[in-house]
Design a protein around this ligand. Structure first.
Ligand SMILES: Nc1ncnc2c1ncn2[C@@H]1O[C@H](COP(=O)(O)OP(=O)(O)OP(=O)(O)O)[C@@H](O)[C@H]1O
Ligand SMILES: [Mg+2]
Length: 1045
């Protein structure tokens, strides 16, 4: 919808109807802005304005054709394709014949536009071998006609020097069937003369540049342009134009159209003849009668011409140099002067060429015309020479500008008419508009009695002296007061001094500007006479084509009637053209030339303004806007704006008109702004349309957001759902898989369990039958046998019962090691118990004492090993036997444990005194040996502890509790020969009596308590001590050394 977006762009509106404010300046400015943006097309309603870009733009591609194909006219950017499409569809679908009128001044781009229209129609119409051939033929007519009918002028390098109207004919399906070309007034004077900076018709240059040497030889031509009189006035080559390539293109085109090679040769031969005629030189000579005559100065060229056309050179020479005049019944041959001869030669060349061009058009028509009688629809494309104002304007310009004037008239009338018709058709009130009607100028030229053309004809046909001056005088007389006519005379009459209007000139105020025409040549060109001798000579030639061009040369058909004048012919063909155009639906392409220098993208506002003025564009817009600036069919309108109303968006199911009414009612637009036609909605001011567009754009943005939102939501939802579905699927599969695995495992486990259970059950039932259990049985049997043998063996081989014997047979098998060891221990303990049980009580007590001694002293006192040799006798004194000890015996009675003699160490001196020691189960008694009386009786419970040395001495300190009765005397230091036994028995007895263990210290240093203080005793190993006993040495008051060995 690019077109519509530029609708909103007030700086460069795509349709000038929407221009606001509407002035010449704003209109030109808009065109300029669009041109700057390379938008060379602009609309005024359905009229296309085309500004020549003078450069190739990328807007004619096949993609563009597709873009415009079947699109809505206003929905896309303005383009020539849009109007072509509109016309073609209207023709095809609504059965309305169409014409496309392309107007504009020379170089504005008319021919290019017509080619674009044709190529578009060819591209969009249906395809097929036959149809394609027709299309190709229609398209290829352009290069042929351009070669013969176009030339470089100061305004345009490829200026059409003829008018062309081409009817393309279609069948009911819109397939092209063929066409008819009409040509109008070729500027034939160009054949013999052209102004500086211009060229002759392209074909001459193309022929010389592109023909092969053989062809040139065949045509008796030279490649050098400068050699030819009709060409040499200017440089032949044209920048940007490849004549040779164009020649080949033209030949190809002729082939496509259906020209036979012979026809092409003939055509080129006649062309060569025209070129060569320019080189026929005349010189003056004098006849015998003294009259000046002319003759051919260099007959070579003439001879070659005659060879080419198969004519006797004498005949041609005669025709060129003399003239047959018929007076009454007499025929007189008069000689011509040199100027007359040249005039005749040039007239011949011009006539040959223009007739050749007519023949060419007829020949093309013969190829492209529709053969069948099928009903046809027609699309006419008019590309006629543009309005021209030169420095020096002659008859041709007058004719051309007249034609343009007529086209302007048709434009004005038809635009207005159509507008008016549309309002009537749609039932809308119509307000008439002021506009410039150029009928007055058309009338000035073509009026059958007072028109300039009529007066020119009158002058040409009038007997007597006829020249341009008489013609001008006549004009001045008749048109003296005409608003659009001026000449020196009328100016003088009005007392106007104007140096720009020279004598022998008249000026017409055309719709497109004032043009001053020089009357020189008007009569002659209007007469367009060719001496009969020349046409007869041409008819006499062998050359079929040339001959056919001059039918009046046939002496049989000699007619004295003058041929119609060029003006008359032109006027009638223009009238016919107008009738033709009026009968069709017009489509306009108005071409504008942006600069005079043919430069790309240069925009000269003054030049454009002049064209805008004479093309009446402003009036065109006004007419278009007189009623309503914008109109559109209800359908497309509703389609475009339906989103502006909630009722019509997104779908409207009822009629388009009703929908449009509902839509606009909701928008609250002023009532006078709108009118509802039968099929179209009309909007009065551009502002309202802009407003609609603005609202639409805002709404579209909203809708786009909405669509985006919905789409994103939808996309996210679908994606989420897809993900969810996938997730569910994956988890379902996963769970299934996991459960399957679990089930499989359970099944496997169950099977295993079952198998085991069944196996177990079966084994239980069948175990007895199974050999497999035999091994266990055997193993158990063997095991039992081994154990049995082992035990039996043991019983037989038991070691001796002696407790000292610790032997035991080794285990025969390793697995019996632990058992063997255990049995060994059990046996040993049993053996010991047995031994113990058979011992007497005394012996047992002795052994217990020994055991106790060992526990107390083994490895602690050096004396112990020695004591092992000595039996524990206990009674060393012989108390019973010795009456001396009777008293003592009485004291001891049955409770005696041990009786021995000891030495008591004097605590003051360290010396020893003998004593008798009795140990009973309750007391420890010390007695003097001599008196054999108890001296000290200690209750065992008074004893606190005993200290002995580590050595092999018999020293012993008996520590007493302080409460002892004899406590006053302190501890006892004794020396015994049976120390081990003594201490052991004391220990045992003490334990038995008190139930406590006697504290025994085996130490080198200890302290003894005495009434006079404690004495610390240090045991010193010394050789001074004898083996019998230790030597005690008092050291100071409270220290004593015990020397031991
Ligand atoms: N649409 C276009 N794109 C590019 N160049 C263009 C276009 N239209 C015209 N031209 C250029 O302008 C030149 C003149 O155009 P064209 O021959 O169509 O003018 P014209 O109006 O037919 O003039 P005349 O009345 O003299 O025949 C072309 O040769 C071409 O170079
Ligand atoms: Mg042209």
């Amino acid at each position: 919808m690019e077109g519509s977006s530029s609708l909103l762009d007030a700086e460069a509106v795509a349709d000038l109807v929407l221009l606001d404010p509407l002035t010449e300046e704003s209109l030109v400015q808009t065109l300029r802005e669009r041109f700057r943006r390379r938008d060379i097309y602009t609309y005024i309603g359905n009229v296309v304005i085309s500004v020549n870009p003078y450069q190739s733009l990328p807007i004619y591609t096949p993609e563009k054709v597709e873009e415009y194909r079947n699109c809505s006219f206003f929905a896309v950017k303005p383009h020539i394709y849009a109007i072509a499409d509109d016309a073609y569809r209207s023709l095809r679908d609504r059965d309305r014949d169409q014409c496309i009128l392309i107007t504009g001044e020379s170089g504005a781009g008319k021919t290019e536009a017509s080619k674009l229209v044709m190529s578009y129609v060819a591209a969009v119409s249906s395809k097929g071998e036959e149809v394609d051939k027709v299309k190709e033929q229609l398209l290829q007519s352009n290069p042929v006609l351009e070669a013969f009918g176009n030339a470089k002028t100061v305004r345009n390098d490829n200026s059409s020097r003829f008018g062309k109207y081409m009817d393309i004919e279609f069948d009911f399906k819109g397939e092209p069937l063929g066409g008819v070309i009409s040509n109008y007034l070729l500027e034939k004077s160009r054949v013999v003369r052209h102004v500086r900076g211009e060229r002759n018709f392209h074909i001459f240059y193309q022929l010389l540049a592109g023909a092969s040497p053989q062809l040139l030889q065949q045509l008796k031509l030279r490649q050098d342009c400068g050699h030819y009189g009709y060409l040499k006035q200017e440089g032949s080559s044209l920048p940007g134009m490849d004549d040779a390539a164009n020649f080949h293109a033209m030949q190809d085109a002729m082939r496509v159209i259906g020209f036979s090679p012979a026809e092409v040769t003939e055509l080129l031969q006649v062309t060569a003849v025209v070129l060569k005629l320019g080189n026929v030189q005349l010189s003056s000579s004098f006849q015998a009668s003294g009259m000046e005559a002319c003759s051919i100065s260099k007959p070579q060229e003439l001879r070659e011409i005659c060879e080419l056309i198969g004519l006797d050179p004498g005949t041609l020479e005669r025709a060129l140099c003399s003239r047959t005049v018929k007076a009454r019944d007499e025929t007189v041959l008069t000689t011509l002067t040199v100027p007359q001869g040249y005039y005749g030669r040039d007239a011949l060349a011009k006539n040959i060429y223009s007739r050749l061009f007519d023949w060419l058009v007829q020949r093309i028509n013969a190829s492209i015309q529709v053969k069948s009688d099928r009903q046809r629809k027609v699309m006419g494309v008019l590309d006629i020479y543009g309005f021209e104002i030169f420095q020096d304007n002659g008859f041709e310009q007058f004719i051309i500008n007249y034609c343009n004037e007529k086209l302007q008239q048709i434009f004005i009338l038809m635009t207005l008419k159509e507008e008016q018709e549309e309002y009537v058709r749609e039932g809308i009130q119509w307000t008439p508009v002021e506009f410039f009607d150029n009928s007055i100028i058309c009338n000035l030229i073509e009026n059958s009695t007072t028109g300039i053309l009529a007066m020119l004809d009158e002058e040409c046909l009038r007997p007597g002296v006829v020249n341009e001056d008489t013609f001008l005088t006549k004009l001045n007389q008749l048109l003296a007061t005409h608003k659009h006519y001026e000449s020196k005379e009328t100016q003088n009459a009005r007392r106007v001094t104007d140096a720009s209007l020279p004598p022998r000139c008249f000026r017409i105020h055309h719709y497109a500007g004032k043009v001053t025409y020089n009357v020189t040549g008007f009569i002659e060109k209007n007469n367009d006479l060719l001496f009969r001798d020349l046409s007869q000579a041409m008819w006499a030639a062998q050359h079929a084509l040339l001959r056919s061009l001059f039918p009046e040369g046939d002496p049989q058909k000699v007619s004295l009637k003058l041929p119609p004048t060029a003006g008359f012919q032109f006027k009638s063909s223009v009238a016919m053209l107008m009738r033709n155009l009026y009968s069709k639906n017009p489509n306009y392409i108005r071409c504008i030339k942006p600069n005079d220098t043919k430069s790309a993208m240069v925009f000269t506002p003054e030049l454009v303004l002049a064209q805008v003025r004479y093309l009446g564009l402003l009036e065109n817009v006004r007419v278009r806007r007189a009623g309503y600036a914008f109109r559109q069919l209800y359908g497309p309108f509703l389609q475009r704006y339906k989103m502006l109303n909630a009722q019509t968006w997104p779908r409207w199911d009822r009629g388009d008109r009703e929908g449009t009414e509902v839509l606009l009612a909701g928008l609250e637009l002023p009532a006078e702004e709108l009118a509802f036609g039968h099929t179209k909605i009309f909007i009065r001011s551009p502002r309202t349309l802009f407003d609609l567009e603005r609202r639409r754009q805002e709404r579209v943005a909203q809708l786009a957001t909405l669509i985006q939102k919905m789409f994103r939501g939808w996309r996210c939802r679908t994606q989420y759902q897809l993900m969810r579905k996938s997730q569910i699927l994956i988890s379902a599969w996963f769970r299934g898989h996991r459960q399957k695995n679990r089930y499989k495992q359970m099944k496997r486990s169950a099977l295993i369990l079952q198998a085991y259970a069944r196996g177990w059950k079966a084994r239980r039932t069948y175990r007895k039958y199974f050999r497999s259990s035999a091994s266990t049985c055997l193993a158990n049997f063997i095991y039992r046998r081994l154990v049995q043998r082992y035990l039996v063996g043991l019983a037989k081989n038991l070691p001796p019962l002696s407790v000292t014997d610790r032997t035991w047979p080794p285990a025969p098998y390793r697995f019996l090691d632990a058992t063997n060891q255990e049995l060994k221990n059990i046996f040993y303990h049993w053996k010991c118990k047995k031994y113990r049980d058979q011992l007497p009580a005394s012996r047992r007590a002795q052994l217990q004492a020994r055991l106790c001694a060992s526990e107390l002293f083994k490895d602690k006192k050096t004396l112990y090993p020695k004591s092992l040799q000595q039996p524990f006798r206990g009674e060393y004194l012989g108390l019973k036997q010795n009456p001396k000890y009777q008293k003592l015996h009485a004291v001891a009675k049955d409770k005696l444990v041990m009786a021995d003699s000891v030495r008591k160490v004097n605590r003051a001196s360290g010396k020893t005194v003998p004593r008798l020691l009795l140990l009973t189960t309750e007391h420890l008694v010390l007695a003097d040996p001599k008196a054999a009386q108890p001296k000290t009786v200690l209750s065992l419970s008074d004893i606190r502890g005993v200290s002995v040395t580590r050595f092999s001495d018999g020293f012993l300190a008996l520590h007493l509790k302080e409460v002892s009765t004899v406590g006053a005397k302190g501890d006892f230091l004794l020396v015994s020969d049976h120390l081990i036994e003594l201490v052991t028995r004391l220990y045992q007895t003490f334990e038995a009596t008190t139930g406590q263990a006697l504290p025994l210290h085996i130490t080198d240093r200890f302290s003894t308590r005495f009434p006079k203080g404690d004495v610390s005793i240090t045991v010193v190993e010394s050789p001074k001590a004898s083996t019998n006993g230790p030597v005690c040495k008092k050291k100071g008051s409270n220290k004593m050394e015990v020397l031991v060995y």
